[in-house]
Design a protein around this ligand. Structure first.
Ligand code: AMP
Ligand code: ZN
Length: 114
């Protein structure tokens, strides 16, 4: 499949991972919008949040309860916090159709988002 995040996850495109395990990779965004901008990407191709099924429950729990807190701690975001973003389809501003989680931090975020 011609998917850039699949290619990154299976190492067809060499990328420095800030985290990797059997299910997930994480790497710095190529075009960061905050001092810390890490993308957390499941190795399984899931186009967007709406494509998740109950089969993905363990994967999502792993990402939310283990991977993201670990990266947040390692990136120094635990004390002041961070923002987690999942852009979904056109109105959400999703540009890469492979589910990913933006961890944004090390500056105060504005609300509402643009
Ligand atoms: P989204 O717009 O939510 O789909 O996010 C896609 C993100 O992937 C954007 O923030 C891009 O800057 C980022 N991105 C695209 N290609 C790469 C790449 N090769 N390496 C790292 N980040 C990328
Ligand atoms: Zn993919």
């Amino acid at each position: 499949m011609d998917c850039i995040f699949c290619k990154i996850a299976n190492k067809e495109i060499p990328t420095n991972f800030v985290y990797e395990d059997e299910f997930v990779v994480a790497f710095n965004d190529i075009s960061p919008v905050a001092p810390v901008h890490v993308l957390v990407v499941p190795k399984k191709h899931i186009a967007n949040l709406l494509e998740l099924t109950s089969d993905d429950g363990q994967l999502m729990l792993h990402i939310m309860a283990t991977v993201i807190p670990k990266i947040a701690n390692e990136q120094g975001l635990a004390e002041n916090g961070f923002r987690l973003v999942v852009n979904t389809k056109e109105d959400g501003g999703q540009t890469v159709p492979h589910l990913h989680f933006h961890i944004l931090g090390a500056r105060a975020m504005a609300w509402p988002p643009g």
